[in-house]
Structure formats: C-alpha cells, structure tokens
Ligand binder design. Sequence first.
Ligand code: 5HY
Length: 264
Amino acid sequence: MLIRVINPNTTRAMTDLIGRCARVVAAPGTVVEAVTPSMGPASIESHYEEALAVPGILEQVAQGERDGADAYVLACFGDPGLDAARELATGPVLGIAEAAMHAATMVGRRFSIVTTLGRTMGRAHDLVDRYGFRDACAGVHACEIPVLELDAPGSRAEAIVTDYCRLAVEGDGADAVVLGCAGMADLCARISDAVGVPVVDGVTAATTLAQSLVTLGLRPAVAGEYATPPPKAMRGLLAPFEIAAAAVGGGPSPAAAPLVVTAD
Ligand code: 5HY
C-alpha cells in the first residue's frame, strides 16, 4: 500500500518530521511517501497562505495518481484543498484535522484543540462545525508559537504546548486534546503522558485511518460531488492545471493532464 503524505507548506524540514511520524504508524507493507510541493507558502498561518497552498497540493495529488498512490494525507491542520483533492484522487484523501477530531471523539466525550496562532482559531472552529463536532468540542486555544518555530533549536514549544493542553483539560473539562498543527506531531506522546488524557496528533491519526479505508476498499465515488472536475480552460499561471477532456467519465485520471510536477 502506498500512502502519499503531502505537507501543504514548502518547508522540507517539516515534511521530514511529518514523514518520520507517519512512518511510525505505517503497517508492514505500507510505504509512506512524504512530499513537499514545488510551489506555495513556507508555512500556513492565514487564509491567504492556505488558499495559495492548494495548487501545490493538487500538483502532488496528480503526481500521486501517476505513481499509483492508494491514499493521501493532507498534513496541515486547516485541511486545505481537501474537497478539490478528493475530486482529483482515486483513493481516499484525509485531512489531519478531520482525522484527529474523529479519533478524539472515539477516546473521549469532549476534546479541546490547541493550535499555533490565534488567527488560525477561526479556521479550527469552521472545521469543527463542518465535521459535525460542535457539541464534542470543548474549546479552541492558541499557543501563539509560529509554525516554523515549533521545531526550532532551543524552542520552548513542548513546554508551552503542554501548558495549553493542561489548561484545556482543567479549564474546558476536556477528556481529550487535539494538536492543531502537523509540526506538533512529534510532541504528542510526551504531552499525553504529561497531561494524563489522550492527546491526538492528526498526522498519525490520518495515516492509520487512510490505511484502514484502503484495507476496507473504501474510496470516493466516481460520480457525484467528488467526480472528476469537468474539462475547462485554465489561463495564466494555472494553465498546467487544466483537466484533459480524456480524464472525464471513466478515462484516465486527471493526473494525465499536463501538470508539471517536480520530483521531491
Ligand atoms: C499546519 N500550518 O499544520 C498548519 C498549522 C496552523 O503550515 N501546517 C502549517 O497553524 O494552521
């Protein structure tokens, strides 16, 4: 089984961290390929950066379709481009926020989210509502550590994120915590030990759920909302994203379209 784990930002050190964490939960026979788009923001901490991360995500899904990927993980807590990726992919596509929230509600009654910057909390609330977890979500908190500083040498990120998780448990009455950034994936186990409730990281939750869906033979329907997008002219910088007519209605996947993808 081949799972393509896409880091929607373009910081390779973060892709390496994400790949290391995902491989810990890969079952025997599962290959995890962690990839970085050739275009996009160094980190995603605003709606603008999230919007501009989507072409790079779709570039990597198209490459995954060429490489025969069985499933995809979008390793950014905003789940950017999730629906568009599901239209392009043959196999399941999991966002780390969606996966983490589902996992948290299976091990606790109410979860809280601890994310990076305050300005990303709105997006977290949007996803809580979209995924139907408003009643299960006890709170959303921001530790105000920029994404790329989480893993910086000498960073106090682990201590600060742990404090916010403890606050969430004591203040919100949460019996589970969801980490709101892929860059926190390697902190998960230690923080869980420190705060005494399950702390869920979306990278590993999404990787294991992706494996389960492939094992169950579950994938998006070829018709309906996640059907291949219709062929349509694309202008300017996005011309390479044009969907070839041959790709619609059972033809080869849109990945046949001339998306220029640089090997990682
Ligand atoms: C993430 N940004 O997981 C999100 C976290 C956030 O570049 N990877 C990013 O702050 O929304």
